[in-house]
Design a protein around this ligand. Sequence first.
Ligand SMILES: *Cc1c(COP(=O)(O)O)cnc(C)c1O
Length: 427
Amino acid sequence: MSDSTPGFNTLAIHAGAKPDPTTGARATPIYQTTSFVFEDVDHAASLFGLQAFGNIYTRITNPTTAVLEERVAALEGGTAALAVASGHSAQLIALHTLMAPGCNVVACKRMYGGTINQLSHSFKNFGWDVKWAEGLDAKSFADQIDENTRAVFIESLANPGGVVMDIEGISAVAKEAGIPLIVDNTMATPYLCQPIKHGADIVLHSLTKFMGGHGNSMGGAIVDAGTFDWAASDKYPMLTEPRPEYNDMRLFETFGNIAFAICCRVLGLRDLGPAISPQNAFMLITGIETLALRMQKHSDNALQVAEFLQCHPAVSWVSYAGLPNDPFYQAHKKYCPKGAGAVFTFGLKGGYDAGIELVKGLTLFSHLANIGDTRSLIIHPASTTHRQLSDEQKKAAGAGPGVVRLSIGIEDAADIIADLKQALEKV
Ligand SMILES: *Cc1c(COP(=O)(O)O)cnc(C)c1O
């Protein structure tokens, strides 16, 4: 590679990887091993003391996973990344580093249904509270922040689709309060949106979705932007206080702009344990190589499908930021100008029953609880992913009775539209 900064496609293929030094293997090998031999006793001691970087045990680091981490960090423009077993475990570990009993996170109501559950119920067991911003604008977030708030948490393109968040405005609010902004960039991927450029301090991913892209492997990532001054307050003791297990090392003092990623690894992942398997890391690395090609095709197809649905008599509304009459069209031009992504919702005039009928009538679409596959996917959130939420929460999350969510694949747009057309005739 030349001296100039490589472009997105080049990074997606090369970042973090080089031919295997011992075998010459060009693709990244799958280092399917739990543990690694120490050179000698001193080497072992320096690894355990964090005085040297190296592999000890695959729960903490693995060479295949390291390629994935470096690649995701490069694509997001972060200083370092940590890969974990799933998107949900990325959220757990990121918040574990920031929170303590009695602390809260200020979050957006428009989020992945599983995230709403995680924050509303399971995390309460740790004594972590959630305060929901009433609206999507920056002021709604500012209104919820108090002295116990340790992070603001949003999605860039928000579930179940159609919303583009004001990352810059919300980042300014978080900065003013001296707390980091966490952006879940799963639905946009760094091809469509790079939240760090707009002020995010931490970027999270479910790599399970578009990053891997083929619906075959679970994974998650935490990306450290390297921008946040953890020592500006006493709110983040895991980063700033001496760690007894590492010879009283202060992680922020020692690791600077990669301290958050390191802390998530050597405290969070080490002790909570959701490590990604090297096999899955390999599948995700392979998927990421074609990220730009896939995301462009996903977005182009989605726009065509949204245009088709908008004119269909059985459809009452379409919420896709790529449509010029959409309220989020301007935000999409600013934050994800190459396309508005593959996932969006629309409303059926026939309500709940029409949603069920549509799902039954489709043949190309798969009915399942995922997004970001090469294949076109459909779900009726009210009867599935958002079923466990109250009616009010469903509405606030954009998952009312006649709402249908699509994740448009990379098949031929004409075939996707033909399938929707024949199924809509029956509802
Ligand atoms: C799927 C998803 C998650 C959870 O990720 P898993 O890999 O399923 O654990 C989190 N956030 C968003 C936006 C998602 O789509």
